[in-house]
Ligand binder design. Structure first.
Ligand SMILES: [Zn+2]
Length: 384
């Protein structure tokens, strides 16, 4: 059901430009005249960042680089980047990388601008701002982090803290498809499916789904469904890469306003306990969760299916089933592992996983069908 009154927030400026990352200097004057930015990135994309850094320096920008972001960054990584920002007297932050780099960049901009301590920002709307001017440049087509007000830090062996605040939305999100040409097929598949899950869960989000998030989710899902297989099969296909980047960004805008639900709730414990990458975790539990939700979400899944050209002219139940089976088969078609046992999960782990999933109340309240601990265990068991 659509809410009749709602709020929709997003970033003020999105630029889609092939090769745009090498022309970053063009946009800095519009960002409070940024002259001394800190670029936050990770070792895996350092080579991609290099030409951008050279171009910035040639344009007379006094750039400092922090390139030590790691996957699932702990608070110490953010603190180290923050120390460098202060030492450099940075007047802005540029995040370039996957979700972990972008999340770290958001937090550095926030903490350098607000002088708040990191733990004080944990939770929803605890960050007080202001922040330094912020540019985000994704190098995967998946998380949508460049347009979401969320950052995640890993605070313990299997615990994470989320920071949710409009202060984390950047001033500019730059989508440059040339940056993602080199992604390996398995990463392309997993991150792309994650983005599709963002669109699906936003479209069926129980409380905050609204006409604007719906429009974005539908278009995002159609783009990803059409172009992800091409981007996976032919990494150098720039049009396919650009369309998936756009799809992931639109899905991010949707779920930033209509939050994700049980697929993500069941995926997080796989990341925390088994270090399964986020996109793959989602792909592994997607089919079982969609089948579980079907009794309450049949109409919406049928709408999504028809939007993808599935189940046309058939009744709701068959259109819904066609959609679920299409999505459930996708990870296998794209060569990803399809069973939890493929990533090291055993029957003896199911209770612990179910306990952890139930802790994700922030997500579960958005699920179209209420989910008990027994349900969670059974869903993991069916994915085993
Ligand atoms: Zn996700």
């Amino acid at each position: 059901m659509h809410t009749t009154s709602f709020e929709f927030r997003s970033v003020p400026r999105i630029v889609v430009a092939r090769g745009g990352a090498q022309r970053l200097a063009d946009w800095l004057p519009g960002l409070a005249g940024m002259r001394r930015p800190l670029l936050v990135t990770d070792p895996g994309v350092r080579a991609l960042a290099e030409p951008c850094c050279t171009a910035l320096r040639e344009a007379g920008v006094a750039l400092a680089v922090f390139d030590a972001v790691q996957p699932d960054p702990p608070p110490e990584v953010v603190e180290r980047a923050l120390a460098l920002a202060r030492e450099h007297r940075a007047d802005g932050v540029i995040g370039l990388g996957g979700g972990s780099s972008l999340d770290s960049a958001k937090l550095v901009a926030l903490l350098a601008g607000s002088r708040q301590e990191l733990p004080a920002t944990f939770g929803v709307n605890q960050a007080s701002g202001p922040r330094l001017p912020l540019v985000l440049v994704p190098t995967t087509a998946g998380t949508g982090s460049e347009v979401t007000p969320i950052a995640i830090v890993t605070t313990g062996a299997d615990t994470k803290q989320g920071i949710v605040s409009p202060w984390l939305l950047p001033d500019l999100a730059l989508l440059d498809a040339t940056l993602i040409r080199g992604l390996p097929p398995a990463v392309t598949a997993a991150t792309g499916i994650d983005a599709m899950v963002h669109a699906i869960e936003a479209y069926t989000s129980l409380r905050l789904k609204n006409p604007m998030s719906d429009a974005l989710a539908l278009q995002a899902l159609a783009l990803l469904d059409r172009w992800l297989p091409s981007a996976w099969a032919e990494g150098e296909d720039l049009e396919a890469r650009e369309q998936t980047l756009l799809g992931a960004c639109m899905a991010g805008m949707a779920f930033a306003n209509a939050p994700v639900a049980a697929v993500h709730a069941l995926a997080y414990p796989l990341g925390a306990r088994f270090h399964v990458p986020h996109g793959l975790s989602n792909a592994l539990v997607l089919g079982p969760v969609l089948r579980f939700n079907a009794p309450q979400a049949e109409l919406l899944y049928a709408e999504l299916g028809r939007h993808l050209g599935l189940g046309a002219g058939r009744d709701e139940t068959s259109a819904c089933t066609a959609f679920i089976e299409h999505m459930a088969a996708l990870s296998g078609r794209l060569g990803l592992p399809t069973r939890l046992r493929d990533v090291g999960v055993q029957a003896g782990d199911l209770d612990r996983l179910a306990d952890d999933a139930l802790l994700q109340t922030r997500l579960l309240i958005n699920n179209p069908r209420p989910l008990t601990r027994a349900d969670a265990r059974e869903l993991y068991a069916s994915a085993l």
